[in-house]
Each structure stands twice: as structure tokens, then as C-alpha cells.
Design a protein. Structure first.
Length: 309
């Protein structure tokens, strides 16, 4: 491990300039920096606001989580930024440049699901992420998805089937509004089912382009209902317009596909129904009715295989 002075970090991040800012979280800001004489070592520097209640516990929790996990879809920083920026670009110009096609979105969904499967079932001690959302999914140079930000993650001891005493108080908020499982609002402890719900909402957002906090969702009508009501008969109407535009452009430039009279006749249509169906199943209101993350991984991989065949 490198011993790095504050002065070196200050220089590496351009004095923590806005150009180096990667994102702002609940307990501080994250900056990208470069170390070394030739500036070849890329680092991420998190500046905590210790005046914020829970900041130190969040830092300890994240360090503990990162110390115990080793998986290709779990990492702190990636050069292509967060999934949030790809789904909701801040400008039209940015959206035209940064757009994920159908296969890329499906692959990112599989990457996230594999990461969750690892956390829940393949760690020495199962980990509940508690805050799955697009801004916590980072993309590398090849647009492979990686789950990050373990600031409020919880460890579940296999031996005692209970949470570690070192974890944060259960009274603290578990996640982000719109992605948090309904049962958490009634005091339920974090669970693998809660993460599955968050994944389901994230998956629906990935293909519809709509946030769960969109102003059209109110009075108990949410993203899950929005998709479920249109899943089979009007699925094209609810798909992200940016994704549809990309798909239609591909068909237009591929002479072998010009005989298709409408999107409904294409295999993409069936793929969208199945993918969104997984999202609906994972985000069921009742925890007992949700799809298991292992089944979600297998189903999504099957859909991708059929799409690429």
C-alpha cells in the first residue's frame, strides 16, 4: 500500500477541483486523481464530511465490505462513470454520444445481477448492499457493469443468521427513495429480498428510461405498476425512446432487416417483454413473491443468448 501525503492528493485531484469530481454522496464527495511522476496511477479520493451524522460509520462499513469481496462486477471506480449518466444525460449532445443499445443494457443488467448473487450467496459472510441504484453502478472501458458504494452495506453472519454488531443502527435509512423495498418502511431488517427489489426497479429503469421517482408516479402507482400494465400489449410504448431510436436505426441500416413492417414483428419485442417481466417479478410488493436473484441471472442470460443467436 502506498503512503500518500495530503499534499500529493491535493495535487493529484487538481486541488479537489470540479473537473476531478466524480460524484457527491450522502457523506462526502468522490474525486478522481492521478499519482506518480508520469501521472499514470489513477486513484479515487473520497472526502468525508465528518460533520454529517453517520459518515464515519459509513466509511468503516465500506472498508469492511471491500476487504471481504473479490468479484469482477464489484469495484470502486470505473472510467466510463455511472449508469445514471448514461440513462439520464444532462444534455442532448451527451445523450447522442452516450447511449446503450439493447444488448449492452442487457449485459449491464446481467453484470449487476451477478454482483448481487455473489454478495448474497458466495461471500464468506453474506452482504446486503442496501443501496442498489444506477448511480452506484459504474461502467468500465468495455461497458461492463460494476456495483460500488458499500457505505450502508450490512453483513449477515451465517452462523447466527443475524447482522454484525459493528453494523449501523437499523434506525438509519436503508437505501434511496424509489429503490428501497416497501417492507423497510415498516421496520423490517435489510434482507436479500430487499436488494432484489432494488435490482428489479433498477432493471425497469434501465429499459424504460424512467426513474422510480418520476412525477407521473404517485398515489401508490409506481414504476412497477407502470410496466406491468403495459407489459404484453403496449410494451413498445413504455420502452426508453433512446433505446427504441437506436434499435430502429440499426434496422434501417441493415438491408437484411428492412422487410420487417413493425418492431412488434422483431425478436427485440419478445426480448423486451421477457426482460421487463424479470424486472416486474423482482420488484413485487411482497418479498415472498419476488424472483430469486439466481433465477434472475439465469433468465437474463437465457434472454441474451436467444437475442444473439
Amino acid at each position: 500500500m502506498l503512503n500518500v501525503s495530503y499534499q500529493a492528493l491535493l495535487q493529484a485531484t487538481g486541488k479537489f477541483s470540479n473537473d476531478s469530481l466524480l460524484g457527491v454522496g450522502s457523506y462526502g464527495s468522490v474525486y478522481k486523481g492521478t499519482l506518480g511522476e508520469e501521472r499514470t496511477l489513477i486513484v479515487v479520493v473520497e472526502v468525508l464530511n465528518l460533520a454529517q451524522n453517520g459518515a464515519l460509520k459509513s466509511f468503516v462499513s465500506e472498508c469492511e465490505a471491500l476487504r471481504n469481496i473479490r468479484h469482477r462486477n464489484l469495484v470502486k471506480y470505473m472510467p466510463n462513470g455511472g449508469l445514471e449518466e448514461w440513462l439520464h444525460p444532462k444534455s442532448i449532445e451527451e445523450g447522442q454520444i452516450r447511449n446503450l443499445n439493447l444488448v449492452q443494457r442487457l449485459s449491464v443488467a446481467i453484470d449487476i445481477a451477478c454482483a448481487v448473487d455473489y454478495l448474497h450467496f458466495r461471500c464468506v459472510s453474506p452482504i446486503i448492499h442496501c443501496d442498489l441504484k444506477p448511480s452506484n453502478v459504474l461502467l468500465d472501458d468495455e461497458l461492463v457493469g460494476h456495483v460500488g458504494d458499500f457505505g450502508i452495506a450490512r453483513f449477515l453472519s451465517k452462523a447466527s443468521d443475524s447482522f454484525s454488531k459493528h453494523q449501523m443502527s437499523s434506525s438509519l435509512i436503508r437505501g434511496t427513495i424509489g429503490y428501497t423495498a416497501p417492507e423497510y418502511g415498516t421496520g423490517s431488517e435489510p434482507s436479500t429480498c430487499g436488494d432484489v427489489y432494488s435490482f428489479g426497479i433498477l432493471l425497469l429503469e434501465l429499459f424504460t428510461g424512467k426513474r422510480p421517482t418520476d412525477e407521473i408516479f404517485r398515489d401508490g402507482f409506481g414504476l412497477q405498476n407502470f410496466v406491468q400494465n403495459s407489459l404484453h400489449d403496449r410494451v413498445i410504448d413504455i420502452v426508453d425512446p433512446m433505446l427504441l431510436h437506436h434499435m430502429e436505426t440499426e434496422i434501417e441500416h441493415d438491408h437484411s432487416r428492412r422487410n420487417y413492417s413493425s418492431m412488434e414483428n422483431h425478436k427485440f419485442h419478445k426480448c423486451l417483454i421477457k426482460v421487463l417481466g424479470v424486472g416486474v417479478a423482482c420488484s413485487a410488493k411482497s418479498a415472498k413473491e419476488r424472483m430469486n436473484i439466481v433465477d434472475a441471472v439465469n433468465e437474463l442470460k437465457s434472454i441474451r443468448n436467444a437475442l444473439l443467436t
